[in-house]
Design a protein around this ligand. Structure first.
Ligand code: FAD
Ligand code: DLZ
Ligand code: SF4
Length: 512
């Protein structure tokens, strides 16, 4: 009795029940490259190439382990170009006794599979995604009855539950849960990225690059050079390299931004974690071991583990608890269309230009650039959250809705009305100037708020606070900013608001 086991492009993990439970030589794995998934947003071409190559390598690994694999390449003539179509075609061809799929990471696909389950006439199991450290039920149990769902408290519970960075007496290692205060150092002169490893492209990857070049000629982003890991073994090498060489410096300059240095001490592991090549618990355990063995300081290991055990699991919990309405939220009523420069990179703002260039070339930019540059600008300028969300979902190699939407709508844009963030991550040019070396090469001056050459982030920042005074002036974490605004003379306030409007007009006309 054949079980048809459907493996999605971001489920490339031999430890999932849908893989580990398969009977060799009897069950059939279905892995399909389809246009519907490759085009539902305008994905970066590197993201498509990374996933297709990783999918093909995963299929090879399954075959090498003796499994039967039905692999559908994008350019196969009979390809129906949708996951549903490929499942139906496989059912017709193979007449399986059951179908099994791991729960997808996006609401739209889960709905699609649930509808199929009810109408296909073959038993269809949607299995839980056991790669995560917090199940839906566990997250709901934690969230139930809480007035506020703050990541920090969730994280502490996850530390206790998984025994990560805990002392035998139940206290956190080093006596504190969070060492973030040590991790906000501005970049020092000459701060560079440590050397990275890259991987030789084999015949599979070369064929995929050729396919992507032919089928997505107008796709967003730069396809080559391409040096992503595409197998579990390669991703583990990248993880080990990060732990040994880069983790020790992860904390100190976690928030720093440097021109021409997209990676600094960030791990670049999100794409591999999210596609299933490596597991969050193995990554956290390796980081803890480095600390215990004296190879990495506690602020680095704790800061890194918090991102994965805390933030990553927490945003997934938020996504599934508040979907499908979550992506529709627009608490601040932001309605500006997404400026074209998010795609073209053509802006005079050096910080934005740099983030766009890194994004275009690498399908990557690090967290602070996503949050405090491109996200902050969208927040201050009042850009429609749905448009911003679709942009972030498209342009990063690690982007899937379960993780991207809460980060964009919740953390960066405050569109969820403070469900995720206790205050908006709004900042003026002063913050970017302190945390980066971008401003020295900019057409604008971070010290100026009005007049020719004034940094757009400054007036937009004050205008944002003024526009949303009713909502934020009572926020316990923001009284000082409103006190500063109130101390300004009315004509200065008016000039700032006028300047902000001029920036928005320039933005609409592509002149900013
Ligand atoms: P590192 O800085 O090395 O962090 C280590 C790991 O922690 C990451 O690999 C990631 O798995 C996890 N992590 C760190 N921060 C977060 C976070 N806020 N939420 C969830 N996991 C986190 N992350 C994605 O994986 N996919 C996305 O689509 C995505 N979209 C984002 C959109 C916006 C607007 C913002 C502000 C953040 C977004 N993030 C997203 C979170 C974060 O920016 C990326 O995980 C990180 O930049 C990936 O690079 P890295 O692997 O080098 O991470
Ligand atoms: C992102 C993506 C792309 C580009 N292509 C495919 C594909 O051809 N086949 C597939 O099974 N999955 C693909 N994916 C990943 C899915 O979109 C992903 O499973 C959902 O976004 C849920 O996380
Ligand atoms: Fe960005 Fe303003 Fe600095 Fe220019 S001056 S790089 S726009 S923060």
């Amino acid at each position: 009795m054949t079980v048809l086991r459907v493996i999605l492009g971001d489920q490339l993990s031999p430890r999932l029940a849908n893989v580990a439970g398969a009977e060799t030589g009897r069950d059939v794995f279905l892995i399909a490259e389809v246009m519907a998934e490759a085009t539902y947003v305008r994905h970066h071409v590197k993201k498509i190439a990374f996933l297709f190559s990783a999918m093909r390598h995963f299929a090879e690994a399954l075959r090498a382990a003796g499994h039967i694999v039905r692999y559908v390449a994008l350019d196969e003539a009979a390809n129906t170009q949708s996951l549903e179509g490929e499942i139906r075609r496989a059912v017709e061809a193979l007449q399986p006794s059951r179908i099994a799929v791991t729960e997808p990471g996006e609401w739209r696909l889960r709905e699609n599979f649930e509808a199929m389950r009810d109408g296909l006439g073959v038993p269809f199991d949607i299995l839980p995604d056991t790669r995560f450290l917090c199940s839906h039920a566990d997250f709901d149990a934690w969230a139930e009855g809480r007035r506020e769902l703050r990541m920090e408290y969730f994280y502490r519970e996850m530390r206790r539950r998984h025994g990560l960075l805990m002392e035998p007496d139940g206290t956190p290692a080093g006596g504190r849960w969070n060492f973030d205060a040590d991790n906000r150092k501005p970049p020092k002169q000459g701060l560079t990225s440590p050397p990275r490893i890259s991987f030789r492209k084999d015949a599979i990857t070369l064929a995929v690059l050729d396919l992507v070049r032919r089928h997505f000629p107008d796709g967003y982003g730069r396809l080559e050079p391409f040096h992503f890991a595409v197998t579990r073994r390669q991703a583990l090498r990248e993880l080990d390299h990060f732990i040994a060489e880069i983790l020790p410096g992860f904390g100190d300059h976690q928030d720093a931004m440097v021109k021409g240095e997209p990676y600094l001490s960030h791990s670049l592991l999100a794409a591999y974690l999210n596609a299933g090549l490596i597991d969050p618990l193995e990554v956290c355990r390796k980081a803890e071991a480095a600390y215990r063995e004296g190879l990495a300081p506690l602020n680095a290991a704790e800061g890194f583990i918090r991102q994965i055990l805390g933030w990553r699991e927490y945003v997934r919990g938020i996504y599934w608890r508040f979907m499908p309405g979550y992506v529709e939220r627009n608490a601040l009523g932001a309605a500006e269309p997404l400026p074209w420069f998010y795609w073209s990179g053509e802006t005079r703002m050096a910080c934005m230009r740099e983030a766009f260039a890194q994004t275009h070339d690498h399908a990557y930019s690090h967290h602070i650039q996503r949050l405090m540059v491109t996200g902050n600008f969208a927040l201050l300028a009042g850009i429609d959250p749905k448009a911003v969300h679709e942009w972030y979902l498209a342009v990063y190699a690690d982007a899937y809705e379960w993780v991207e939407a809460p980060n964009t709508l919740g953390m960066a844009l405050y569109a969820d009305g403070g469900l995720l963030a206790s205050k908006p991550y709004a900042a003026s040019g002063n913050y970017i100037n302190r945390m980066s070396n971008f401003c020295s090469g900019c057409a604008y001056d971070p010290a100026r708020a009005v007049g020719a050459g004034a940094c757009p982030f400054n007036a937009l920042y004050w205008d944002f606070l003024a526009r949303h005074r009713d909502r934020f002036s009572r926020n316990a974490r923001m009284p000082h900013v409103y006190a500063t605004w109130d101390r300004m003379a009315p004509d200065k306030q008016a000039a700032l608001r006028h300047q902000a409007e001029a920036h928005r007009a320039a933005m609409r006309e592509g002149r900013l």
